[in-house]
Design a protein around this ligand. Sequence first.
Ligand SMILES: [Zn+2]
Length: 498
Amino acid sequence: MVLHGFSMTLFAPDDVPARSPASTRRFLYPLVFAVLIGLFTRLLASAPPEGEPPLPTESPSLPLPNPADRILILAPHPDDETLSCGGLIQKALRRGARVRVVEVTSGDAFSVIAHRLYPDEPFSPSLFLRLGEIRMQETRRALSRLGLPSSQVTFLGYPDSGLHRLLSTHWSRPWRATRTQAIRPPYNGAGFRNSLYTGESLLNDLTAILRAERPTVVYYPHPGDFNQDHRSVAAFTLMALNRLNETPGWTAPREASYLIHGGERWPWPAFAMTGAPQRLPLPMRRLPEERWRSLSLDSMESRRKRAAILDHRSQHASLRPAQFLNSFARGTETFSTRTRSRPTPEGAVLLEPAEPVRSPAFDGAADLVQLQVIAGNRWVRIRSRLQARPSPQMRCRLEIRTLEPEGRTRWMSMEGTPADRSADGGSCGLVGNAIVWKIPRERLGNAHAALVSVSVVSGRRPVDRTAWTLWSLSYDKGKRSRANINLPRKSDRVERRQ
Ligand SMILES: [Zn+2]
């Protein structure tokens, strides 16, 4: 827009006849500015900042879809499908694959956008329901531009900004959505109109979709995404896949996860660059275990993706969301193919992709660098190591969703400081730079596996946290179940901030 404004000045007829010094300046300054902007853009597009390893486009390519593929894309909010998979959808459809997109929520709690669209109207449930309808319509339009008919799009209508509640405290007791006041999907045509807003319902609905679609590949949010809805969709997907993977006759699909909210400098830079590759934050690139794969879009595909991003018009009503969306208009799409839904006792490695929010009070003491789960016959120990020795006042939160026989599950959340020594149902303490939780086995029921995440909390705000990871808790005498998660080294982060 800036450049367009300058070009209007440049070629305005009034400027042509009189070449006074003032008009020359008016001619030259925009030109120099435009050239500098062009050079800067090329620099960002082509040259990695000093000291950085090769760009992810040089990492292996994502296998191209084939006609036998049945692709399932799970999106937490309307627009995530376009941002993450707008190019993939086009390629898949052109190559004869089947694609289904499932929107878990309708994005109906975004108050910033609601205020922009209806500035004179006080917030009310009906206003947020209208926003949900608008966002669903925008998604249909965007996907239709990408070639996907609306019959292949399912909206579940779960509560925007409420999925972590469902995963945690509202597993079987319905949650009332703060903005819409609904306790079940309020939209006509929702995938499962009678499902209550509970974790149990969402897990059942996702399992039913997976069973019906029998996908060959599932795309879902990265379990370390910093947005709670995104992380929660990943956790529910891991649970559903794990449940199905134990079913006879079920063929486990391939999995790929995409990152939308990755903390500082992701996505970056914050504007559209359809010719440039999507660039991952440095610590993520350095972890080969993530097995990042990139998909190159041709110029037609990236142009169409850009147009589909603009189809989410409501999100462009405010500058910051608009910038955020536009920064996914790139020449590549990037996916992690590491995440496994089977619980693995050995060597599971997963990064925590978002770097900690800067917190001078904690600095390295808030920086989670390793997570380890050790399952014994009487105790399960969870050890989270930090970059520096935590202060006794720093609070850490451990969250666990267990997987038990016959679909049973329980939730545990423990928060404490190393000085507390005891937390709800277990104990926690400081060993070197690590906070170690010790939980009696019976507190976890008959759990054979568990989803685990650890956060460092400042006030009520998480400063750093690990991705949701599925761990095996099966105990083998003589060989304790043990797995490590190695997180990016501190030095990577320091380097990246420069
Ligand atoms: Zn989202």
